[in-house]
Design a protein around this ligand. Sequence first.
Ligand code: PRT
Length: 114
Amino acid sequence: MNDEPLGAGRINLDALYQVIQSRREADPEESYTARLLAKGTKKLAQKVGEEGVETALAAVAEDRAAVIAESADLLYHLAVLWSAREIAPDDVWAELGRRFGTSGLTEKASRKKP
Ligand SMILES: N=c1c2ncn([C@@H]3O[C@H](COP(=O)(O)OP(=O)(O)OP(=O)(O)O)[C@@H](O)[C@H]3O)c2ncn1[C@@H]1O[C@H](COP(=O)(O)O)[C@@H](O)[C@H]1O
């Protein structure tokens, strides 16, 4: 299957999500994404957890190439999890936009009980 939405070598999470969505009806014998989606949310949640831990361990090991590779695995599996839960990247971008400009420290302080 040839997708290349942004041209060879360039991809972003929106474009990757479009490819993932196109695999929802694909044959699990031909698509890893379709195979993952067929396994369900619990398996996807496990993969996201594993890839998150692998990213963190690579960072602690100061292995830059591994952090990049594990981050790519993490983002891919996270996007498949979003697809399974009917969440679009725009839903997440909107939440980031809502937070934009508010310091994390200010937000944390606003949660403290008087
Ligand atoms: N970005 C990715 C991507 N990143 C990682 N992976 C796969 O995710 C798996 C994760 O690696 P692991 O070491 O955890 O795999 P594993 O040990 O086999 O894990 P299990 O599945 O057995 O749990 C590998 O098989 C990788 O090939 C990906 N598979 C697909 N994509 C993108 O999705 C597109 C569609 O792929 P298909 O659905 O396969 O057509 C591709 O063109 C890519 O753009």
